[in-house]
Design a binder for this molecule. Structure first.
Ligand code: 3PG
Ligand code: MG
Length: 347
């Protein structure tokens, strides 16, 4: 895993620094609902301020707005950031995606971002799989360095691509099946055991496109409809009534998965086992979270917004070796791809 040159090497005294962070956080009623990513960006900001930068222009995207959209202004994010790190030298720029050039990796928009800045620091690991103006083009305009979070993410996720302690157990779930097949194919052969839950398990049972053996659920919590309070019950996978949906892994599957996780020395978990936002279908995800957190002998990495949210809600995040701020980014990295936001920063 190539680690690009570090912000620690940047001479920033008396300089204006453009910092790309991933402050794409969930909002609820106009306020920040989870500030994990904001807190994760603080060490780099503190380092730059401590090293004498005169101004930090902090930029990020927020959500997926099409042009200027009042619901996606950076104001609530800026408020939270200022509470956590009150310093007049910080200036938070408006949502980068308000500019149509951003997602096209437009050089003109990158020049606007770079205007008045001397150095660029990319700390947005969660967006490093996007070749956008603020993550890619701008790094070809200003001298570019990797922020502390970006470095730590690459180091920790990189461990899963090198020699790992065995058994290596991979747990995957969630709904975005197409996004995950690549990483499963790449890592599946390297892992000793692959546990699959969630919607992906159902799809694999029908189509089975994997070229390795995976442990699939033997039972599910089935529901008559995709609703929080739908009629539901536990069924063996083959006995689910016609038209019913499996919305969580069942109790027997939880025990099997927990058993594999208890004996692991390396764990990577991405994606919930069911619709955990609805309490009746949260037990599978909870069981996996507890089993991963409960194995203190293992090097454990958890990525993906939903899995991380589940850990936070259960108060288990501190028991994980590395909680990644990247969802899609961590998956693409583990697929063996070099991320565009990383590739553009020199060594
Ligand atoms: C994320 O939340 O996965 C990152 O911030 C990237 O966001 P995007 O998927 O909208 O590019
Ligand atoms: Mg994403």
């Amino acid at each position: 895993m190539r680690i690009p040159r570090s912000v620690r090497e940047a001479v920033v005294a008396g300089k204006v620094v453009l910092v790309r962070a991933d402050l794409n956080v969930p909002l609820e009623n106009g306020e920040v609902a989870d500030d994990t990513r904001i807190r994760a960006s603080l060490p780099t900001l503190r380092l730059l301020l401590g090293n004498g930068a005169t101004e930090l222009h902090v930029c990020s995207h927020l959500g997926r707005p099409k042009g200027v959209d009042e619901a996606y202004r950076m104001a609530p994010v800026e408020r939270r950031l200022r509470e956590l790190l009150p310093d007049d030298r910080i200036r938070v720029l408006e949502n980068t995606r308000f500019d149509p050039g951003e997602t096209k990796n437009d050089e003109g928009f990158a020049r606007e971002l770079a205007d008045g800045c001397d150095v660029y620091v990319d700390d947005a690991f969660g967006s490093a799989h996007r070749a956008h103006s603020s993550t890619e083009a701008v790094a070809r305009i200003l001298p570019a360095y990797a922020g502390l979070l970006l470095e730590e993410e690459l180091r920790n996720l990189g461990k899963l691509l090198g020699d790992v302690e065995r058994p290596f157990v991979l747990v995957s779930g969630g709904a975005k099946v197409e996004d995950k097949l690549g990483v499963l194919q790449h890592l599946g052969g390297r892992a000793d055991t692959v546990l699959i839950g969630g919607k992906m398990a159902e799809q694999l049972r029908v189509e089975n496109p994997l070229d390795f053996d995976a442990v699939l659920p033997v039972d599910v919590v089935g529901a008559a409809a995709f609703e929080a309070d739908a009629e539901s019950g536990v069924y063996e996978v083959d006995a689910l009534p016609d038209g019913w949906l499996g919305l969580d892994i069942g109790p027997e599957t939880r025990t099997i998965f927990a058993g594999h996780l208890a004996g692991a020395r390396t764990i990577f978990w991405n994606g919930p086992m069911g619709v955990f936002e609805w309490p009746r279908f949260a037990e599978g995800t909870k069981a996996v979270a507890e089993a991963v957190a409960g194995n203190s002998d293992a090097f454990s990495v958890v990525g993906g917004a939903d899995s991380v949210r589940a850990l936070n809600e259960l108060g288990l995040a501190e028991k994980i070796s590395w909680v990644s701020t990247g969802g899609g980014a961590s998956l693409e990295l583990l697929e063996g791809k070099e991320l565009p936001g990383v590739a553009v920063i020199p060594s």
